[in-house]
Write a protein that binds this ligand. Structure first.
Ligand SMILES: [Mg+2]
Length: 339
């Protein structure tokens, strides 16, 4: 069945069934009116972000199932709100669909979104459907609530430690596997599945962002969507500082190392430059380092460098020279990037 066979209003009814027609707590008016009405909890400040995914630019429909695509689209927004230390709550969804788009595909996409939303107390409370001439587009606006302080990119000070959650490079390795699944069959199944999940179904660090904000432990934070080097640069620029980074300190999973070798790539380069890991990158004072580890248990955290007064990103440690040139050649070709 195609979208043009049932029409926009019928499709909206079916989407309502998936997202839930009842207004969630905090929502006075939900799906179905001209606009949604939100009553923020207490003195919460609203944290708002938006992100667009376009077919053939950000994803290929033949490489990702619709349910996972729905999850991934929402995950990118959840991760941005997490990096601000806020609780994601409400999302608006704008879908651009070809008139011959498959209805079942669209509903699967919506189910994935609703599922991941439920895992993070987030509901889709409105949106729009529009006809798109060729590509599928998914644009989500997410509203979060910050009851405590918010985390920004601009608070890092010289002497602060640079910390990352989890491990890096897994999403880039998973993308390499997704691009060539039959050849990747030579990798251990467990590693292959773990990395595909990292790429197609990343876990936003919502709990960790909230804990850091609630306990006032981070001086600056960002989620890793562009790769460690690029995102660390965003913190440095916004904070007016520089940074030293030890490539050998970067946490990299064994599965990522196996896949990197199979891809003929350096796992550390995947971690530095591959994006979409959606881990948190944040800074804290050395005095708070132990409190950070304790606060985020069981999530692993690793110190990878330190903030410097002098601007610029400097690699340090025994492997510095090996990665220095790559980091700079990467810079020349790198397009400016925001979110
Ligand atoms: Mg971000």
């Amino acid at each position: 069945m195609r979208v043009c066979d049932i029409g926009e209003f019928d499709l909206i009814e079916r989407l309502k069934g998936i997202f839930g027609a009842d207004a969630p707590p905090g929502v006075e008016v939900g799906i179905g009116d001209d606009a949604a009405v939100i009553q923020p909890a207490g003195k919460a400040r609203l944290v708002v972000t938006t992100d667009a995914l376009i077919e053939n630019v950000h994803f290929l429909t033949r490489r990702i199932e619709p349910r996972l695509l729905g999850r991934r689209a929402l995950a990118a927004n959840l991760s941005d709100v997490a990096a601000m230390g806020a609780q994601p709550r409400y999302a608006l969804l704008v879908l651009g669909l070809r008139s011959d788009a498959n209805v079942e595909y669209v509903l699967e996409l919506a189910k994935g979104m609703a599922e991941l939303g439920a895992e993070h107390q987030t509901r889709i409370i409105g949106g729009d459907i529009t006809r798109s001439p060729a590509a599928l587009s998914i644009t989500i606006t997410l509203v979060g609530e910050a009851v405590n302080g918010v985390l920004t990119r601009s608070g890092a000070h010289p002497g602060d430690l640079i910390i990352v959650t989890g491990d890096l490079g897994g999403s880039a390795a998973g993308m390499g596997i997704a691009a060539n699944p039959s050849a990747a069959a030579s990798l251990p199944q467990e590693a292959r599945e773990a990395l595909l999940k990292r790429h197609c179904d990343p876990t936003p660090r919502v709990r960790e962002g909230l804990l850091l904000a609630r306990q006032g432990l981070a001086t600056a934070a960002i989620d890793i969507s562009d790769g460690l080097a690029g995102d660390l640069r965003h913190i440095c620029e916004m904070s007016g500082v520089g940074a030293s980074l030890d490539p050998e300190a970067i946490p990299i999973a064994h599965a990522t190392r196996l896949a990197a070798a199979w891809l003929g790539q350096d796992a550390t380069v995947l971690a530095l430059q591959g994006g979409e890991d959606y881990e948190l990158l944040f800074t804290c004072t050395p005095a708070n380092a132990d409190a950070v580890v304790a606060a985020l248990v069981p999530t692993p955290v690793t110190s990878v460098g330190a903030i410097l007064a002098e601007p610029g990103l400097r690699l340090v440690g025994p492997a510095a020279e090996r990665y220095e040139r790559r980091l700079h050649s990467y810079d020349h070709f790198r397009a400016p990037s925001g979110g």
